[in-house]
Structure formats: C-alpha cells, structure tokens
Design a protein around this ligand. Sequence first.
Ligand code: GDP
Length: 195
Amino acid sequence: LNTQKAEFVRSAAGAKDFPRDLLPQIAFAGRSNVGKSSVINRLLNRKNFARVGAAPGKTTHINYFRIDEKIYLVDLPGYGYAKVSQTEKARWAGLIQSWFDDRSLMTLGVLIVDARHKPTGDDKIMSDYFKGTGRPFAVVANKLDKLKKSEIEPNLALIRETLELPDDVKVIPFSAEKGTGREELLGLILDHMGG
Ligand code: GDP
C-alpha cells in the first residue's frame, strides 16, 4: 500500500454521502483530542493531512480519505467534548447511528483511546458499537510516550478490562508523536484489505 498516495475524498453529513463502491473501509473513532488526526497522519507519514487540533465540536461530519486507490480511511467525528451543545450531540449520534446501521460499509474498526487513562463511558459506548457490528476491530492506545515504562502493561490491561474486549481484539500501544505502533497498525490494515 503506497501511503504516500493519499487523497481527501469527501466530508459526509449523512447516509446519502457515504461512498458505496467496493473499496475496503477502515474506520477511526475516538474522543476529541485523543490524537485521532495525529494517528492518521502518522500512519500516512504526513504532517498535516488529517487536520490536527481542528476545533472540537465542529466535527459532525465523517471525513473520507482514499489511500492508493485501494482503501478508504473513514474519520468518524470525535466525541466527548464537554462544550458541545445538545443539538450537536444529537446530530453526532444520528450520524454515527446511520453509519453503523450500514455496517456492511466497515471492513475494520479502529478505536483510539488515551494510553494514560481508564477509558471513558463514551469510549465504552463506542467500543460496544464496534463490537456490535461483528466486524474486526482494534484498539489503539495513543500517547504512549507520556507513560513511564512501568505504567504501560497495567494501563493496557485496564483498557482491555474496562472495554471488556474479546481476546481477538488487539490493543496496540501507539505514539503518534514517536511513531510507536505504526507498523503494527499498518500490518493490521493490510491484513484486512481483502475485505
Ligand atoms: P483529535 O482531536 O483526536 O484529532 O486529536 P489531535 O490529533 O488534534 O491531537 C490532539 C493533541 O494531542 C495535539 O496537541 C497533539 O499534538 C497531541 N498528540 C496527539 N498524539 C500524540 C502522541 O502520541 N503523543 C503526544 N505526546 N501528544 C500527542
């Protein structure tokens, strides 16, 4: 997969905008500020492809990127930002619901959580959404560079436990900043490109 060949496709506000060709779709979800854009940029080894630090709460769209004309990266809008209005929250929920209702669209789900903390209630809800699709998914524990070495194992275990992950769901230690975990995540994506 030539990750240098990445293009923005579209920003979808509803089901009518979802691409429906047969390219595999790898979906990324995570709390606002968890580093979702940074993880995508690191994966593509680009600096400012997915926008880092985009204003939280202004993200009730699903952004589609096409990589090497072979797969879509689906950037689901971030959640859990406290200052978002009820109206925004309802729009977010409706959009996410309609995307997951169309579960055939997803080839692989990637839930990004913060390696430093116990996953939030919203993380659990999102993890359950992914689990409910019956499709493969993985958890990326980002910001690993902020942990002491001794904290890594217990934190990864806490993430697995809190999200009640089945054994076949990987938790990938990741640092968008340092590049840790990039090969593992890319490998997982390549494994699922067949559909
Ligand atoms: P998003 O809202 O989930 O897309 O998050 P961003 O990608 O915009 O990142 C939010 C903040 O976290 C930014 O200040 C990033 O520089 C920082 N960040 C993202 N990933 C990492 C990481 O792996 N390590 C550290 N130390 N900071 C990170």
